[in-house]
Design a protein around this ligand. Sequence first.
Ligand code: ADP
Ligand code: ASP
Ligand code: MG
Length: 416
Amino acid sequence: MTLIVQKYGGTSVADPDRMRAVADHVAYTRQHGADVVVVVSAMGKSTDNLLKLANDVSTVHPGREMDMLLTTGERVSMSLLCMALAERGIDAMSFTGSQVGIITDTAHGKAKILEVKGDRLREALGEGHVCVVAGFQGVSTDREITTLGRGGSDTTAVALAAALDADACEIYTDVTGVFSADPRIVPQAHKLSRINFDEMLEMAGAGSKVLALRSVEFARNHNVPLHVRSSFTWEHGTWVTSEEPSMEDPIISGVVTDASEAKLTVLGVPDRPGISATLFEPLADANVNVDMIVQNTSTEGTTDISFTVPSADLKVAEEIVSRVAAEMSAAGVTRDGEIAKVSLVGAGMKTSPGIAARMFRCLAEANVNIQMISTSTIRISVVINASDLETAARSLHTEFGLDSGESYSAPLPERK
Ligand code: ADP
Ligand code: ASP
Ligand code: MG
């Protein structure tokens, strides 16, 4: 029998009406003869609300207790969806990540999936149940409950699709697919009918949150084609597959925006071997993901080093870096939370020289100042002032011929 994994994000299950609409769609899929595994996110903004609650109660947030707290959001969704399915005569059962054997490492808050033991799901499917699984969570090799990082329900869905050898993995969200830019920021963005794993990986890595980075890594490593589509319009969305781009594809597939990072600068660092290692090793040990790094040329034996980290890790990173900077007699540490990153992604870059120059000229003409630059073979990223984000993204989108000619017209639900 065909097996379909469907993942519904937070806005797709945000309130009782949305939950019922999702139940209708799952019931429809089931009644048309497929086995269905559903992965659900927490309703609407519940994960943010739980985080806020933790901040209101305490300044101390042990990873184990945070994960206990955050995993409750998805448990609410899974049980409510099963109730809505029961009302439609569908025999559904809910499961936590730990119940279905999603085994992770021990990194609370950003755990990596090590193994998926799918037997409990296979058994339930065999008995004719629709299985509804709480996304974003697993159980560690230390038998503790863990979470997979923000947006982690995508990863749960892809991991289950790979483990169960599903025929399709559908990611339902609040936009109609993967676009050439975030349609909330660039209304002229156009829907991509398909995109390959490498480009999607670069887009996710550059901070596009339409798919969590780990979910794309998993999909590529296990060759699970993804269909990203809307639970508001149910129209066909974007296929993410291993298919190589063809000659007719545009050089640039998309413009990616990311306002979730902050910049730290260590001033007056002694310019000698080993300094960068001394600075970045403790950040790696604390599991802080350093993104862009720029080191200035040295004047009079000292240099400045700037780098970006997720804003969520800024406090921890600043504490570590301030300590290390004092130990190495650096002049000081400054931080800037008002930055944004804009990236161009396109497989065609490999064979088309001059894209970076054209990007920088376009930003100059839009009066956008570039603070940092980094590149891969199919991506160019710049860090700019947060207030320039929209101008930069829209100018680049137009410059590289990506405008659709009309504004995004499907409903763009407000994030409750
Ligand atoms: P979900 O809760 O369904 O997982 P997310 O908020 O994680 O939804 O991801 C969907 C959002 O991703 C969209 O509402 C859109 O604003 C944003 N987004 C960013 N980049 C893109 C892109 N290139 N294409 C489509 N959506 C994008
Ligand atoms: N609820 C989690 C989050 O808000 C996981 C997810 O939605 O994918 O990040
Ligand atoms: Mg998401």
